[in-house]
Write a protein that binds this ligand. Sequence first.
Ligand SMILES: CC(=O)N[C@H]1[C@@H](OP(=O)(O)OP(=O)(O)OC[C@H]2O[C@@H](n3ccc(=O)[nH]c3=O)[C@H](O)[C@@H]2O)O[C@H](CO)[C@@H](O)[C@@H]1O
Ligand SMILES: C=C(OP(=O)(O)O)C(=O)O
Length: 420
Amino acid sequence: MDKLIIEACPPLNGIVTISGAKNAALPILMSSILADSTCYFDNVPELRDIHTSLSLLNELGAKSYRQDGQSVVIDPSSIDNFNASYELVKTMRASILVLGPLLAKFGQANVSLPGGCAIGARPVNLHLQGLEQMGAKIDVDNGYIRASVNGKLRGAHIFMDVVSVGATENLMMAACLAQGETILENAAKEPEIVDLAQCLNAMGAKVSNAGTDKIVIQGVESLSGCRYRVLPDRIETGTFLIAAAVTGGKIRCEQAAPKTLEAVLDKLTKAGAKLTVGDDWIELDMTDRQLISVDIKTAPHPGFPTDMQAQFVALNCLAEGTSVVTENIFENRFMHVPELQRMGANISLQANSAICNGKSSLKGAQVMATDLRASASLVIAGLVAEGETTVDRIYHLDRGYEHIETKLNGLGANIKRVSG
Ligand SMILES: CC(=O)N[C@H]1[C@@H](OP(=O)(O)OP(=O)(O)OC[C@H]2O[C@@H](n3ccc(=O)[nH]c3=O)[C@H](O)[C@@H]2O)O[C@H](CO)[C@@H](O)[C@@H]1O
Ligand SMILES: C=C(OP(=O)(O)O)C(=O)O
């Protein structure tokens, strides 16, 4: 298993190019199942999850491959297998997103239940209930979701009692080929939902109001292939900005989408950073400025994203003052806390909050990555910890950050990947 060895570094400085968003690219790749002809997707990051998605699509019978670095080509016309096996689904929860498209296009799907993961149980009841409302027959047995529909799915008025990104995406995709109108109430409003809707519309779908909590979809007979560019990764952007902030550095993130991370930029400003923002770039300057801790409460978009919580816990440990970070989305998303404590961080956990006492002087240690963003927080801590930090099990990190050590080293960090 690969690990990262991180030495304390001088203030980060320079320009970093932001990759395409993992969480937009994954549903967009799966949406190709709905199309009758070849799809071309640009700005698709090179990540383990993307690789898994292409393997899954190929397992279904599609012909997909990467072309010219950041572009992916998917020809779905040869799909003839409707089973998503446990072997692939267990490594990537987003595999559940083949369920809606397979059912809508082919009338059947067998998809392994994704199971729980480090950050929580992550049920899929809303995905299943919504599809049932659209006329699907669903059985769950032997760890598989077996779904079928007689004829076509029917449009429905669906109210989701929890805001779910994945359920909104699955149902939105399914509704594109359903008969009649579907209304998704209490829908997720994340930028990745809007990106998926735009991609579906480029294929000929009729999705409106994505980005609000009431999405309306008029079903169409068929969808065609399209060319679509994935939006920039707001979580990668936020992670680099925090890395620069804790080192007292100055960086510019290019090919970013500042409007998608307003809640994060607001907290960074409150944490003492000087931010300058253009249409597609963000500059953070922390030179000679005092880092101040900030209270955080995670919430669905446009609230503060849970995927940035761990990185802010690392920041708060180093900042002036005591802060409270409350996780409201996932029940077990503080796995980074014991590892940060091993590096000397002064944090205590109370129910779903982490109380961070700032100005910790962190010391390098051997720490273990337990999930994707927890891993990112350990890398951030490693940049400023005295001595050497070894972050083990970085396959989590490789799921969601493209060439993270190369990008950070380009800004002046000193990180080595050791294969093992
Ligand atoms: C690939 C991808 O885009 N992943 C993101 C997506 O995950 P994902 O789509 O899995 O997360 P959801 O938005 O569905 O989860 C939000 C909450 O809803 C609950 N829930 C969800 C579905 C369901 O059927 N029933 C139910 O109760 C979950 O347990 C959780 O408490 O959104 C999360 C919340 O912003 C992010 O952290 C993940 O990075
Ligand atoms: C939790 C995340 O991803 P996933 O939903 O793919 O596990 C994440 O991107 O932080």
